[in-house]
Design a protein around this ligand. Structure first.
Ligand code: FAD
Length: 419
């Protein structure tokens, strides 16, 4: 299906996930004519069925010496919170190596500063973006609860939260099973340590949210072309994109927001970007499955539980399995079985399983900036676990870069050249 208009676009955005649609609407708001090209349509991939949370407090990079100590386990447990399938292990090595080198304390401190800036921008941009895009009624600010297995993990998390108060991010430690059950009844009383925060926001449902952006885009006269993009070729005046049906489109500005597939397009321009698919899994149960009061993160298990219009979603895990291997739905099964031990009364029947490809860079930062080889191309991908959370800020930053305006935050840490 194609909704095409004849006039040549000012900007072509490749990818109609939460990043591409946010960027497209923000550019339209500045008066630009925008075409979005996606091989499947709006919200067809990772932005479709994520956990729907905007965790602006997530400013500590995934990279850390503590995570690196756990790497050997990733190879042993194929259904664990972090896994690398044996068939993919050799291909994952270069990315894991880069991940390790980005885990040095000095580098982690730099990454954290960049995340503070992007999360802060995204937090502040959200109200103006949602007002402009007409999505404010799909957002809520109910907060959430992080739950820890052990006192040691809880104390380490508290230290991180204490550092976050400098950023105005407030939290409240919750100690003891009784106090936790006041927030969330029905939880196994073995959990005695939690952190409550009001900083988290959420969407009623990620699919509804991105579809609403799609509606806003169309209502502003945007053109959606449903077709794959094979290659990009930058010229002196503009960039040409070759579609999989043989047609070409061109514009003075092309923005690549193709999620976990973006590096394959960047490669056609000569840019080598180490992007991996951090495959995540979930099961969406009927709304009656659990009386869920808050978005919950079981931090020791990389498991997230959220209440959405489509039901109770239980998921997480990071499997470095690339773009081509079939999903290992045993990971979704394992997460659900674990959730049943956390919530003994959880109704586990009638669920729908899903896998999504988190576009993951080895240093926990997205790639936002001009292509080093193609001046008419801007990149906006690699948001990993936080694409929804960082979407409004990314849209403002990309808009400034495309228009040549002063950027709202220092874009240097996000440049593609850093690899
Ligand atoms: C289990 C799970 C839970 C998550 N929970 C959260 C959460 O609670 N909060 C949060 O902030 N983030 C969360 N995330 C991460 C978030 O979903 C992603 O960061 C985000 O969806 C990435 O958006 P995107 O637009 O970059 O990519 P996508 O949504 O994957 O969109 C990319 C688009 O590009 C298109 N495309 C790719 N290649 C081509 C091509 N060659 N030609 C044409 N089109 C192409 C695809 O069809 C697709 O539509 C979660 C992820 C997972 C897997």
């Amino acid at each position: 299906m194609t909704h095409e208009k004849s006039a040549k676009p000012d900007v072509i955005v490749i990818g109609a996930g939460v990043i591409g649609m946010s960027v497209a609407v923000a550019l339209q708001d500045r008066g630009l004519r925008v075409t979005v090209v996606d091989r499947k349509g709006v919200a067809a991939e990772t932005s479709r069925a994520n956990a729907g949370s905007l965790t602006f407090s997530s400013v500590d990079p995934q990279n850390s010496p503590a995570i690196m100590r756990k790497v050997p386990k990733w190879f042993i447990d194929p259904t664990g919170p972090f896994a690398i399938p044996a068939r993919y292990a050799v291909r994952a090595v270069p990315w894991v190596w880069r991940f390790a080198s980005a885990s040095r304390p000095a580098r982690v401190a730099e990454t954290r500063r960049a995340l503070v800036a992007l999360m802060g921008l995204s937090h502040d941009a959200l109200p103006r973006f949602s007002e402009m895009a007409g999505t404010h009624n799909l957002l809520h600010n109910e907060g959430g609860l992080e739950i820890y297995d052990t006192e040691g993990e809880f104390n380490a998390a508290l230290r991180n939260w204490e550092r976050r108060t400098e950023l105005g991010l407030t939290f409240e430690p919750v100690r003891g099973a009784k106090a936790i059950s006041d927030f969330q009844p029905g939880l196994n009383p073995r959990f005695e340590h939690a952190i409550h925060t009001t900083v988290w926001h959420g969407v009623t449902d990620p699919l509804d949210y991105v579809e609403a952006l799609g509606e806003s885009f169309r209502a502003r006269g945007g053109t959606l072309t449903i077709c794959g993009v094979n290659t990009l070729t930058d010229g002196s005046e503009e960039c040409d994109i070759r579609l999989s049906d043989g047609r070409s489109l061109s514009a003075k500005n092309v923005v690549v927001c193709a999620g976990a597939w973006s590096h394959t397009l960047a490669r056609t321009l000569g840019d080598k970007i180490p992007l991996e698919a951090g495959r995540g899994y979930n099961t969406t149960l009927p709304p009656s499955a659990l009386d869920l009061r808050y978005a919950l993160l079981f931090a020791s298990h990389a498991m997230f539980v959220s209440r959405l219009t489509s039901g109770i979603r239980i998921g997480g895990a990071v499997e470095l399995g690339g773009l081509d291997l079939p999903p290992n739905l045993r990971i979704a099964d394992a997460l659900l079985a674990k959730a049943k031990t956390f919530f003994p009364d959880l109704e586990t029947d009638g669920g729908t399983q899903w896998m999504g490809y988190r576009p993951s860079t080895p240093d926990s930062l997205p790639v936002i900036g001009k292509s080093p080889h193609a001046p008419h191309v801007t990149y906006a991908f690699g948001h990993g676990q936080y694409g929804l959370t960082q979407s409004a800020g990314t849209a403002e930053l990309v808009t400034a870069l495309v228009l040549g305006e002063p950027p709202p935050i220092d874009p240097t840490p996000f440049r593609a050249e850093r690899f």
